[in-house]
Design a protein around this ligand. Sequence first.
Ligand code: HEC
Length: 130
Amino acid sequence: MSGGKTIVLLGVGVLIGLMATAAAMSAWQQRNALPKGAMALMQYHLSKARRAAGTHCYPERARQHLQRLDAISNDAIEIFAALGQDRFAIEQRAFARVVTDARSAPDCATLSTGIKMVADACDACHHNLR
Ligand code: HEC
C-alpha cells in the first residue's frame, strides 16, 4: 500500500471514530434528558406549591402542583427502570405517601408543613439512591 493511501485510510478511520464517539455521546445525553427533565419538573412543581401555600395562600393551587408532582414521580418509575435504576420504584412508594399526605392538608399552614416534608422526601431518595 502506498504511503498516500495509508494516510487517507488512517484519516477515514479517525473520522469514523469521531463520528461514533459523537453518536455515543448524543445517545448518552438523550438517555439522561428524560430523568433530568422529570426531576426538573418536580423541582418546578415543588417550588410552585411552596409559593402557593405561602404568604398569598392559594391552597387549591398548591394541591394542584402537588398532584402534578405525584403524577411525574409516578411516570419517573418507568423512566428510571429503563435506565436500570430499579430501586427507584421502592423509594418512590415512600415518596408518594408523603405527597398524598401533603395534598390532603386542609389549610395553607398545614400544606406548608407537608410541602417541607415532601422536600425532605426528595432528599431522602437522593441520599438512598446515591
Ligand atoms: C424516588 C427517588 C427520587 C425522588 C422521590 C426524587 N428524586 Fe430527584 N433524583 C433522583 C435520582 C436517581 C436522580 C439522578 C438522576 C440523574 O441525573 O440521572 C435525581 C436527580 C435530581 C436532580 C438533578 C437533575 C440533574 O439535572 O442532574 C434534581 C434537581 C432533583 N432530582 C430534584 C428532585 C426534587 C425537587 C424532588 C422532590 C420533589 C426529587 N428530585 C425527588 C431520584 C429521586
